[in-house]
Design a protein around this ligand. Structure first.
Ligand code: SF4
Length: 501
């Protein structure tokens, strides 16, 4: 789809217009300059008139002479900084642009003009600012064109988060820790995580773990010296249970020695994502160190799907490992499902839900497949046939109904680029089984220190909320060469942020 924009020449508007077009079409080209070949022309205007920012859009097609138009305006409230002005301009333009594209395609974007990852942050801000619920909802609808259905979902999640973490707005002086272990038995086709096939790489694993232990010790030392508490710890990757039981044992021993007050950390999660990595010995180690929560991820209960996406384990293995973990006393198990995997439609997803019902994990994360840029699936898109938008929506509705009927409540959500049907990923949990780490990371309420390979740190200033990012390298080789330097850089940032506390 080639879209020519008329009337707007400033390049700063290109990205917002492109992002909205992406919600409707696959790989559309949006150009602010004349195109030789175009499918659609959208004429936009943007003017300041009598204290209002006004925008209009007129969409017309060469082919069938149809045309659609819309107008929208918003009052300009007082003096604005350049940033605030751009935000207002972008907002009114996005309104009219989205509306004509909706009218033309017949597709209603349930998240309206919102293209960011974390919609619930908007509602949290309103709560913190003391805005009444009704007014906050009205503003989400009016300012972003979000549908009532999604506003309700946001409200349920915000309420739930505040009941699970009543001090959610006051945990800025604490931190959570993410520990990245970049190995997996094999690489899945949709994966862009740092995940290196572990077979035959013991040398690399040893060096990586030496670096990781170092980082944990240094970070722990800093936290103890500065009296900063840890709220949650999350082991992700890769698959943290890809390493041996002995290696896991040493790692958790290090955690208890290095980190402050581990007994009072609110939650420690280990992703045991791939069932083919789970053994009784490893479960024993998890129990020994009081790991509260693990994740065993089926993604789908259809064997052909697992094969197609490169997950080299069987459906039976997932079920068997779930029972093994349960039998050995793991009483907070999360399972991840993905809607829209290649070849899957409503019957396959219904089957997945039926199988889930037999296990009833404490929490369930329902992802919608996204075509991440560097994944094998995106690079070879033609090989992977996925369901059309309406079918994906039907599966999403099924997930919503099923979780409701089975007493799961949504407790976090995030959106991604190139996600099928412009839908979302939602975490559901049974009563009191919500993952606190997931809430911390989604709502950006405190610093998350990333340790290990591919670990992204997000430093949140305890006072201003300003975010600073720092990424450890994704590949074990670079990590092994520079882990001391990465540790020092993060400690410098922490010193700056927490110096006053
Ligand atoms: S198990 Fe997870 S991290 Fe590992 S390759 Fe598959 S999707 Fe990536």
């Amino acid at each position: 789809m080639n879209i020519e924009i008329k009337g707007i020449e400033d390049e700063k508007f290109h990205r917002p217009l492109q992002l909205i077009a992406n919600l409707f079409f696959e790989d559309p080209i949006v150009s602010l300059r004349p195109l030789v070949e175009k499918d659609l022309t959208i004429a936009l205007t943007l003017d300041e008139v009598d204290g209002f920012m006004k925008a209009s859009a007129r969409l017309y097609t060469e082919e069938d002479q149809r045309n659609f138009s819309d107008e929208y305006e918003k009052a300009i409230e007082g003096e604005m900084t350049a940033k605030e002005r751009f935000r207002l301009e972008k907002n009114v333009l996005s309104h009219v642009y989205l509306t004509v594209l909706q009218d033309y395609t017949g597709i209603v974007q349930k998240w309206g003009i919102l293209t960011g990852m974390r919609p619930t942050k908007l509602l949290h801000k309103a709560v913190r600012d003391g805005i009444a619920t009704e007014e906050a909802h009205r503003s989400l609808k009016e300012n972003y064109l979000i549908t009532n259905e999604k506003i309700e979902l946001m409200q349920t999640i915000v309420d739930r988060q505040l009941s699970v973490v009543p001090d959610l707005y006051d945990v800025r002086n604490e931190v959570s820790i993410y520990i990245g272990i970049p190995f997996c038995p094999t690489k899945c086709a949709y994966c862009t995580f740092p995940a290196f096939a572990i077979q035959g790489k013991q040398g690399r694993v040893d060096s990586f773990l030496a670096g990781l232990h170092y980082e944990m010790r240094e970070m722990g030392k800093w936290l103890k010296e500065n009296n900063v508490k840890i709220t949650t710890v999350y082991y992700g990757g890769g698959t943290p249970t890809s390493i041996t039981a002995e290696e896991m044992d040493l790692l958790y021993d290090e955690m208890y020695q290095a980190f402050p007050d581990v007994e009072n950390i609110r939650e420690i999660t280990v992703e045991a994502g791939r069932p083919d990595t789970i053994t009784p010995e490893k479960l024993d180690v998890l129990k020994k160190w009081n790991i509260d929560r693990i994740s065993i991820n089926p993604q789908s209960y259809t064997q052909e799907t697992l094969k197609a996406i490169g997950r080299h384990h069987t459906v039976e293995e997932t079920i068997e490992k779930f029972h093994l973990a349960r039998g050995m006393g793991m009483n907070n198990i999360n399972m991840d499902l993905i809607i829209g995997l290649p070849g899957e439609e409503v019957p396959e997803f219904t089957h997945t839900l039926e199988e889930t019902e037999k296990l009833m994990p404490e929490s369930l994360t329902v992802h919608t497949l996204s075509f991440k840029r560097a994944s094998e699936m995106t690079l070879n898109k033609d090989k992977y046939k996925v369901a059309p938008r309406e079918e994906v929506e039907r599966m999403m509705t099924l997930a919503e109904q099923w979780t409701k009927e089975h007493n799961y409540t949504p407790y976090y959500l995030y959106r991604q680029k190139n996600i099928l049907g412009n839908l979302e990923n939602v975490g559901y949990a049974l009563e009191n089984q919500d993952s606190i780490y997931n809430i911390m990371i989604m709502e950006e309420v405190q610093t998350i220190i990333g340790i290990g390979c591919g670990a992204a740190s997000k430093f949140i200033h305890p006072e201003t909320g300003k975010i600073t990012h720092f990424n450890n390298p994704k590949d074990p080789k670079s990590y092994n060469e520079g882990f001391q330097e990465y540790t020092n850089k993060k400690i410098d940032i922490l010193n700056e942020l927490f110096s006053k506390y």
